[in-house]
Design a protein around this ligand. Sequence first.
Ligand code: A5P
Length: 233
Amino acid sequence: VSELDEFKADAARAALEHVRSGTVVGLGSGSTAAFVITELGRRLRDGELRDVRGVPTSSGTERLAVAAGIPLVALPADGVDVAIDGMDEVDGALDAIKGLGGALTREKIVAAAARTFVLVADHTKRVRRLGERCPVPVEVLEFGLERTASRLAALGCRPVLRRRDDVVYRTDNAHVVLDCAVGEDFEPAVFAAAVERLPGVVGHGLFLGMASVAYLAGADGLSTLRSSRAERP
Ligand code: A5P
């Protein structure tokens, strides 16, 4: 087990304190969310929690949750009590970039449906400025791809079609992803609003004003970042 894995597990345990028996939980995607799923499965098996149902945000998470023995449900109309997910970058205001794992659109649907959205990560994900290290992933329809990429580039980013092992990457929704590298003058809210107006865009990885709390674990222990925003009723 690497040191980073221990940090991820620490953050996962802290986040699970938000989960109560009898609730519906959004299950995020990625290697940190995997620790949440494994530990939630253990708590259910050991009787520390009862009657918790999960809403998976990707096919990978669905497989892990089934293996961990977590009962799954479709996203209920009235949302979920809490969603727990990893991120690729988070700033001091709890704004985040997600989606290097490709699950951004389902993750955002579930996060937006959560009364409490909790972020978990090791300390390396903390940044001063969003876009510092990661591109902003944008899931788009393959139809009109070149046009959509050129409209994104006109917003001041450098879109690159995501490939894995030389093959064009496809999301669980069968769309493609443009990873948009941004510069120092990046303004997340302005960019997000402009991207949302582009036809052909399915979703983007900027999660602005969504998280209530973030647990970041490192060698010095766990740091908890809280947002001043109220939790959704
Ligand atoms: C998946 O689409 C992403 O949003 C993940 O939440 C993100 O990539 C974090 O993954 P790790 O926990 O593996 O770093």
